[in-house]
Design a protein around this ligand. Sequence first.
Ligand SMILES: Nc1ncnc2c1ncn2[C@@H]1O[C@H](COP(=O)(O)OP(=O)(O)OP(=O)(O)O)[C@@H](O)[C@H]1O
Length: 585
Amino acid sequence: MQAENVIKEKHAGDIEQLKFIFSDENRIIVTAPAGCGKTTAMVSKIARELSNGHILSNKKILAMTFSVNAAMKIKDSLKALLPELVENIQKYLAKVDVANYHNFAMRILFKHGYCLNGEFTHLSDFKIVDEDSPLLNTFITSADSDKLKKVNDAVKASNKEELIAALDDYWDILNRKLITNHVITYNGILISAIKLLRETQISSFYKQYYQMIIIDEFQDTNLLGYLLIKKLIGNNMIIFLGDDVQKIYGFLGAVNGIFNLIIETYPVIEIKFCNNYRFRENNRMKALDLFIRDCVENFQPSNLKASVLVKNLQSDHEEDDFIVKGIEKIVSTKEDKVAVLVRAGWQGNSVAQILDQKGILYFNALFKETDPEYISFYNIALEEFHNNVLGKAVQRNLKNCLLAVDARRNEIYQQESKKYIFESMYKLLEILFVESKKVSGTSRDKYDYIDFILGNKGLKHMMEFVDEQVVLTTIHAAKGLEWEYVIIPRLNGFAFPSSHMCRSCKEANSCNEGFDYCKFTYAQSLKKAFKEELSILYVGITRAKKNVFFTVNTGANKWNHSKTTSCLLNLEGLILEDYEWENAI
Ligand SMILES: Nc1ncnc2c1ncn2[C@@H]1O[C@H](COP(=O)(O)OP(=O)(O)OP(=O)(O)O)[C@@H](O)[C@H]1O
């Protein structure tokens, strides 16, 4: 009872949040714009179900998300809240499993995989690769390779019919030629788990074991993730959380309109949060938030109005200098943090160079997840973690692990220009080891925490804890994080939106181009691409607690034509205001 009162107090005044937390419905969809308390309410919901004894002693809660970072955030927040509600929080924390889709599928394969193929008993030795890995050529023919790629393409295009039609061939090749040789693909992990869950005995077990399943960031789920989740829906409580407007992984196959798919398939209640806490006292940001959402949701010129701060400069160089001046001004406040968030990593490199020249400290996370240095850092870190960290002396062994990774830095980068990837990742690894000390429980719990983050490429989660006041990263990597100020550069056509969208837009004639601006005309064929670009912009904007600043340059490009201002800024109803750092910070 006391726990319920604490939760009620915490959410007092927010009817929708309270309705969700205290609902006993079995199927709930919660949609919420950024900053409306989705994560906060989800953690309270889990805490409520745990503390009132709804979750039986032999049952658990599964908190699942698309990214490992989002999954970790749930557990971290739960750890902070539970002590206010109950004693012996260990007992309660142990009842919550967090996972991303791959991680969860791996757990199922470790447990039951032998039912599909005996080689799954050696799963910890398996190499996990993509469909285009050269390693596969050792085991499969090029015709096989095409069949595997068909599934990957269908997942990325979110094409259910093509996926279903290609699945049997995929499984056959995976089973006979890859699993046998201790190799599996990322898609293969999900496909194998789905296959196992087709066994009624296994799926019934999980449907009962997980008395409550919460799926966060549901808008980013791809078809295989969706098929996996469907196999876990029984009489248990299932909660889908997310925000369609924050769907930024369309290129990985995030299913369009996935919340509607659930509404059409299952009886559910839908709760929408609408109190924006992040921008509660910031009318400009609140209006901008509503405006962009309106354009994404309705895909037509908005009747709303909003204003943004946009600095128009004449060259990349001028633009970079201007950004660095802003960074210097913000850093001089000593308290506030600022992130330069780019649409694509390379767009931040020239700002990084000036910061280097000026000796301004910053954290550089401009690398891509596909950078070979990024991938090999994880491989080596995981290998050295397993080599060095054994037994009970986890903390002492972590130091040895760091030394061992450092000793292999030359294996990770060959070019001086890629050295920063090692240095940034190494810093995140150090932070992970420090954070792991705060993980309550046994040495084994700390070990599993680190193993989970490294195994799931989740070091970016640690970006939240870096000391530097300045962070350079991509909008995709910034999801779920926040800073006082955000600067978004290069609001030019062919930069943001991406050149991919701009090319299609030109071909479809959906772009009214002036000599230095682009205006989008809402052609239906561009709907998916345009909505995704605006969603990326939305995620970037909503990372700012105080203010967001845009820069653009309409100087000459290399063919001596004026560059265009992005169509994302030339939206009907959006007022562009010039600014100077002196008055804006
Ligand atoms: N009921 C509430 N009363 C007061 N503050 C709240 C409430 N709910 C959430 N907040 C605060 O609002 C801010 C945003 O909340 P939260 O991070 O849960 O939102 P979110 O919807 O998950 O955001 P995002 O999607 O951007 O990650 C946090 O600082 C949180 O403490």
